[in-house]
Write a protein that binds this ligand. Structure first.
Ligand code: 9J3
Ligand code: ZN
Length: 319
């Protein structure tokens, strides 16, 4: 089967009316500066009135936002102002409700979306920092609560998928989402759940388990590009029996990576962390949005540093 993000979905790309047609060199009916200006104003008005698309990459209909820099992906907030809406657990089924963080503006068209699960005994507050941090870079982010705080990874995987289905099918922001461009994240048993979700739904574009915990140690079935974060000081989900075997058993043909955080614990993903954010943003952009402007941060592989104990992965990426 063809990998979904190598597909050639056609964007709505009309030639800009004020610019010469690249094939003919002509501007069309009206010519001259005033006519070009009128056409440009009219085109901007039309596109804005329709809610986009605006300023998407010429070759990639899914890329959003300005060209990234090291500092833009490390920043506490990206270029998009963020709004949020609460989803009551009473209003949904299959998961425990949550909070949706989304770019406020509709001028850039639709965005990819990510659901994020907390870990064992945790609630959405344990992963809520990721909501505005990732949404401000141009994603709809759904931090969820689980049905019970004691749910196991397989259940958390199903709940992440139920949350994505709610997000794209019923939520108040469904019209802002490109429902073909989805990902999952989670902490600990929620990270184990993100592996379960990717295993059961190979159409997902990205998975990012954070210090994941799972009794299933082997993941050869996964087709989704996966970035696994481990923590060198994790005594609850030690990397030797969790994150590392999860990574090494992913197919070697898959776009995959393992980032071991230096001086970190099982609970490092529960508070704002720039290393987690910058590589998560890069991975989501690269694989949910097909945005190769972010490949520079993933390839060549990041070198060990004060915050990165070890980084493994394939390079260049193949999908
Ligand atoms: O979600 C987690 O933090 C999983 C680690 C754990 O408490 O496992 C014990 C069964
Ligand atoms: Zn397995």
């Amino acid at each position: 089967m063809q990998h979904p993000h190598t597909g050639t979905t056609s964007p709505v790309h009309r030639p800009h009316p004020a610019l010469p047609d690249p094939r003919t060199g002509r501007r069309g009916r009206r010519t001259g500066r005033l006519a070009a200006l009128a056409a440009a104003v009219s085109a901007v008005f039309t596109l804005t009135a329709l809610g986009g698309p605006a300023a998407h990459g010429a070759d990639n209909p899914f890329e959003r936002g300005p060209a990234p820099t090291e500092s833009s992906i490390e920043a506490l907030r990206g270029p998009y102002a963020v709004s949020e809406t609460t989803v009551s657990r009473l209003a949904v089924s299959g998961f425990g409700g949550g909070t949706i963080y989304y770019p406020t503006s509709t001028a850039d068209g639709t965005f990819g979306a990510v659901a994020v699960s907390p870990g064992y005994t945790g609630t959405q507050s344990s992963i809520s920092w990721l909501g505005p941090r990732l949404a401000s870079q141009g994603f709809v982010v759904f931090t969820i609560d689980t049905l019970t705080t004691l749910d196991q990874p397989d259940s958390r995987g199903n709940q992440l998928l139920a949350a994505l289905d709610y997000l794209t099918g019923s939520s108040s922001v469904r019209g802002r989402i490109d429902s073909t461009r989805l990902g999952v994240m989670g902490h600990s048993m929620g990270g184990g759940g993100s592996l379960e979700a990717a295993k059961s739904r190979p159409s997902l574009q990205a998975a990012i388990p954070l210090t994941p915990w799972n009794l299933d140690k082997t993941w050869p079935e996964i087709k989704t590009p996966t970035l696994i974060f481990g923590a060198d000081g994790d005594t609850i989900a030690p990397v030797a029996t969790h994150a590392e075997p999860f990574y090494t058993t992913l197919p070697s043909s898959l776009d995959r990576a393992y980032l071991e955080l230096n001086g970190a614990t099982h609970f490092t993903p529960n508070t704002s962390n720039t290393t987690i954010a910058k590589y998560s943003v890069s991975w989501l952009k690269r694989f949910i949005d097909n945005d190769t402007r972010y490949e520079q941060f993933l390839c060549p592989l990041p070198r060990p540093s004060l915050t990165i104990e070890e980084y493994r992965g394939n390079c260049p990426h193949t999908s």
